[in-house]
Design a protein. Structure first.
Length: 253
């Protein structure tokens, strides 16, 4: 019992138990032992090799410490900064609710869900960074200038091949910029909605921490949080690609 109490809080969860008993970790320990035996080693070194193989695998499966990502809202611009601050506020309120819950299975389950809340906040930070980069890259495209040049090119009487190519090129620039602007606006709408759902989850956690007796009641909350995290991850992946494209276009312009 003393060993368990000495563990850091972020390791006191079912995820840690699953890591310790993971089949892959046990198989690696067995493989290490077999290698030692085949190498003609004595019993003690064989045990040491098996233990080392097991520990290496378990270490890769253990939950990460909350807050491992450095989040600095002041390093990005609004509205992205505001989104991150809202997510951090939800995280603080959730932790406060868990800390006030009675010790037992309910609190343990809420703590596990809190790890996913932390993951969602980190994803929100990454989304905000990508969104901020995207908006900055769009600003480097001189969209207003491209629109003006396009209007002028279309107004000319000439119907030469050169003019036609010029119009096509300018139109492509404007269309690309419009698509990126649309992506940025959509990202803001989606992250705003996901933050609202995160707030909803926190409110539910506060309610459960003071009145629920059945751990099963937490299942719906866990599913809700997992959905928010999944959608945050999906949004971040899509912005990774678009932000990279926009930066390249901005550099090229």
């Amino acid at each position: 019992m003393g060993v368990l109490d000495a563990l850091p809080e972020h390791l006191k969860s079912s995820r840690t138990a699953n890591a310790v008993t993971a089949p892959s970790a046990i198989l690696l320990a067995g493989a290490g032992a077999a290698a030692g035996i085949l190498g003609g080693l004595a019993a003690l070194p064989v045990i040491g090799i098996a233990a080392a193989a097991w520990l290496v695998r378990v270490a890769t499966l253990l939950p990460r410490r909350a807050g491992s990502t450095q989040i600095d809202p002041m390093s990005i611009s609004d509205p992205w900064r505001r989104f991150v601050r809202d997510a951090l506020d939800a995280q603080r309120r959730y932790r406060r609710a868990v800390s006030k819950a009675n010790e037992g299975p309910m609190r343990d389950r809420l703590t596990e869900i809190g790890e996913r809340i932390d993951a969602g906040v980190e994803e929100c930070w990454r989304v905000a960074c990508r969104g901020d980069e995207l908006v900055d890259a769009i600003g480097n495209l001189d969209v207003a200038g491209a629109r003006k040049d396009l209007a002028e090119a279309k107004s000319r009487d000439s119907r030469s091949e050169t003019q036609h190519s010029t119009v096509e090129s300018l139109q492509a620039q404007v269309d690309a910029a419009d698509r990126m602007i649309s992506v940025a606006e959509d990202a803001q709408d989606r992250i705003r909605l996901l933050n609202a759902r995160l707030d909803e989850a926190v409110a539910r956690a506060v309610e459960l921490s003071i009145k629920a007796e059945d751990v099963g009641e937490v299942g719906q909350l866990g599913g809700q949080v997992e959905e928010v995290v999944s959608q945050m991850e999906s949004l971040r992946v899509s912005l990774d690609e678009v932000s990279g494209t926009a930066q390249a276009a901005g550099a090229g312009g």
